[in-house]
Structure formats: structure tokens, C-alpha cells
Design a protein around this ligand. Structure first.
Ligand SMILES: [Mg+2]
Length: 289
């Protein structure tokens, strides 16, 4: 059996990091704009709710294409809030945020947010470290003993994956391969797309398709359905992957409800077959070589 697994958000937990980045952002805004922390926080929450209500506008936008939706990944929240402000959103407080950000010397909320994101992330990782989830090492050992092949396919660089696995006492081997810089996010053309729970999801992802075609996994796991699972779901439907290929969402308390709800649909229509709360549950899904 072969598992193709995403890395960030599957082998790591990003909730603490996302919470810290959002909180740091609201504190910076409070300080730069002269607001109370409570007002900044509650206005930020209002902007984020408005962004969630317009998912076709908000999320991760590399190369001008929406490659993942804002409600799928908490780390997309500050970017979505900045886009909401730059788009002229009118939730309470939006105008004073725009004026304050301009007065602070920034051309746009996007520019302001981009400058705050990196330092907040680095501070969090410096203070809290960056490691694999509990049980990762034992899981890798048991998968290897069961002769399950594990291929980690991630947008992060291979060097980062190698360091984090090595730090956890897990070495690359025949049974564990690391494929970084996978560019799952890369969308070549606007079409084709597929509709899942009313979301129009891009499917022209040539780099990810090439990896999936080569690897022919029995199971794919990821934490962001549009980014990790839509491509294999489409390939399963068109016959480019086996009909038995399993699609698994690593679910967190903040996973998008529309993605989690996919499991109730017919297998030919859905992009998630089952949800697990931790990657260590993979052990229950393996069926040997
Ligand atoms: Mg991920």
C-alpha cells in the first residue's frame, strides 16, 4: 500500500501558530491605529466573517488564481482580512482601518499585512519550536513494519521536511520519501474546475497531477481539501487514479464545514471519503502491501 501525504497541518499542528499570528496582527493594528485591543480584535473578527461569507473572493491567491479557500486554513485569515479591506469592505471599523493603515505609511492593507505576517510567524516558531505531532515516530515505524510506502508531498521545501522528520528521529528510507516544492497550489489555466458544495475548485494543477500520476497512491491525506484532495478526486473520477483510492481529510476543530460534509456524498461526487483528527489514525486505514 502507498500513502501520499501532505505535510504542514497533517504532520504538524498549525492552530497555535495561526492563533498567535492573528492575535499579533490585531495587537499591531491596535498600536498603529490607536485602538483598544478589544476593538481591534472584534473588528478583525467581523472582517473575517465577511470574508468567509464570500469564499470565491478570499483565500490563497498565487498567480492570480484562488487555489484554497479562506475557511480551509486559519493561516489565510490575515491575508483575507487585508484583501477585504482593500476591496472596500464596509463592516464596522473597515474605513478607520483603511485610513489608519494609509496614515501609518502603507499603500494598502495587503502591504501592511505582508509586513506583519513574517515576523509574527518567526517569533512563534522561535518561542514554541516547530515539530511533528505526537506519535509521528511510532506511526512511521509501524507503517514501515507493515511495508506501507509513505510519500510526503508538500509545498514546503524538502530541506524543511527532512529537518523536521530527522529532528523527530525519523530517517528517510525506501519506505519514506520526501517530495518538497510540489507546487500543488500552481494553477495553469482558469478551466477546468469542478463544483464541490457550491465551491468552484480549480483542477488545472499540472505539477500536482504529474506527481499523482507517477505515484498512483492508494490513499491521499491532506488538511486543505481544495489544495490536497480536489486533484486526486478529479483524477479518480476520470480514471487516472484507481477507483479504490481513498481521500482523507485531516480534520481540525476549524476545518471548513463544507469539506467535512463531503463524506456524506456519493463517492463519485465527493472529494473527502473520511476525516481523521490525527495523522496517527492512518494506522487503522492501512491494509498491508
Ligand atoms: Mg497542509
Amino acid at each position: 500500500m502507498k500513502i501520499l501525504s501532505d505535510f504542514d497541518g497533517v504532520w504538524t499542528d498549525q492552530e497555535g501558530e495561526a492563533r498567535f499570528i492573528n492575535e499579533s496582527f490585531t495587537l499591531e493594528v491596535a498600536s498603529d491605529l490607536g485602538l483598544s485591543a478589544e476593538d481591534a480584535r472584534s473588528e478583525f473578527d467581523g472582517f473575517l466573517r465577511a470574508a468567509h461569507a464570500a469564499p470565491d473572493r478570499h483565500g490563497w491567491w498565487p498567480r492570480g488564481f484562488l487555489t484554497a479557500f479562506v475557511d480551509e486554513d486559519e493561516l489565510l485569515a490575515t491575508g483575507a482580512v487585508c484583501r477585504y479591506l482593500d476591496d472596500g469592505g464596509d463592516a464596522p471599523g473597515a474605513e478607520r482601518w483603511r485610513v489608519g493603515i494609509r496614515r501609518a505609511g502603507y499603500g494598502s492593507a495587503h502591504e501592511y499585512g505582508s509586513e506583519k505576517f513574517g515576523p509574527a510567524m518567526r517569533t512563534y516558531l522561535r518561542d514554541h519550536g516547530h515539530g511533528l505531532v505526537e506519535g509521528a515516530r511510532g506511526l512511521c515505524r509501524r507503517l514501515r513494519d507493515a511495508r506501507v510506502e509513505l510519500v510526503i508531498v508538500s509545498n514546503s521545501p524538502t530541506s524543511k521536511l527532512r529537518k523536521l522528520f530527522n529532528d523527530a528521529g525519523i530517517e528517510e528510507s525506501e519506505g519514506l520519501r520526501l517530495v518538497g516544492d510540489a507546487r500543488k497550489w500552481w494553477i495553469e489555466n482558469d478551466e477546468p474546475r469542478a463544483e464541490f458544495a457550491g465551491r468552484s475548485v480549480h483542477l488545472d494543477r499540472p505539477h500536482y497531477r504529474q506527481i499523482l500520476t507517477r505515484e498512483q497512491p492508494d490513499l491521499v491525506i491532506g488538511d486543505v481539501a481544495s489544495l490536497d484532495l480536489a486533484m486526486p478526486a478529479a483524477m479518480r473520477r476520470e480514471g487516472a487514479l484507481q477507483p479504490s483510492t481513498q481521500l482523507v481529510l485531516r480534520q481540525s476543530p476549524n476545518s471548513a464545514a463544507w469539506a467535512v460534509g463531503q463524506i456524506a456524498l456519493d463517492p463519485s461526487e465527493r472529494l473527502v471519503d473520511r476525516c481523521v483528527s490525527s495523522v496517527v489514525e492512518l494506522e487503522d486505514l492501512v491494509k498491508g502491501p
